[in-house]
Write a protein that binds this ligand. Structure first.
Ligand code: AMP
Length: 218
């Protein structure tokens, strides 16, 4: 299955994508994770992207498209993938369509996670991330076993620069202006499913897993 997860920052796309990978085996391609890795490794791309990321703005289309193209052409994606955080603009969506078309493929589904603005802000501001293994926790909704420490690798958890209150607002504005138009874009292509992203992680996963199982067994 070739799937895109769409939705505002903080709706839970990344966490849910990890669970889909565990159940269905399709690898997750997260442009946010790839960019943070480049920042950590201090590559030229990472140093350039950091400025936009810290300001809550989007990294230029050409940069993320090149990154995603390389991943999509990898053998690990032969049986499918979940794109988390890409596409985020109409030009990115067009480019994705063309990369897939060149391989005789198309997207199976775009899942649009719906969560109220109030909940998105709560989820983003309480989020704590592991800078080493990228695991994600939430102070209130998914606390680590030991306060401030990653359950998976033991590293100290941090608040991402772009999860700080002053940047959250900027990211949501960018989402409204540049990413939300993709809902219509994919609706018109008949590829969109809406998913209620409210409630506990397990509840949301229950809905998502039912939706995806339905697609697999079609
Ligand atoms: P995320 O972890 O998906 O919230 O992404 C974190 C940040 O990485 C975003 O706020 C952007 O600065 C950048 N980013 C991630 N994906 C994209 C994309 N598809 N296009 C442009 N910038 C992106």
């Amino acid at each position: 299955m070739r799937i895109v997860f769409l939705g505002a920052p903080g709706v839970g796309k990344g966490t849910q994508a990890d669970r889909v990978t565990a159940q269905f085996g399709w690898p997750k391609i997260s442009t946010g994770d790839l960019l943070r890795e480049a920042v950590r490794n201090q590559t030229a791309l990472g140093l350039e992207a950091k400025k936009s990321m810290d300001a809550g703005k989007l990294v230029p289309d050409s940069v993320v498209i090149a990154m995603v193209r390389e991943k999509l052409l990898d053998r690990s994606c032969e049986k499918g993938f979940i794109l988390d955080g890409f596409p985020r603009t109409v030009p990115q969506a067009e480019e994705l369509g063309s990369i897939l078309r060149d391989k005789g493929l198309q997207l199976d589904r775009v899942v649009n996670f719906r969560v109220t603005r109030e909940d998105v802000i709560k989820r983003l501001s309480g989020r704590r991330s592991c800078p080493k293994c990228q695991s994600v926790f939430h102070k209130q909704f998914a606390p680590p076993k030991i306060d401030g420490q990653c359950d998976r690798c033991g590293s100290s958890l941090v608040q991402r620069n772009d999860d700080k209150p002053e940047t959250i607002e900027a990211r949501l504005q960018v989402y409204d202006a540049q990413t939300a138009p993709l809902i219509n874009y994919y609706e018109q292509k008949g590829r969109l499913s809406h998913l209620d992203g409210a409630g506990a992680m397990d509840q949301v996963y229950g809905r998502l897993s039912t939706l995806l199982s339905g697609l697999v067994n079609r």
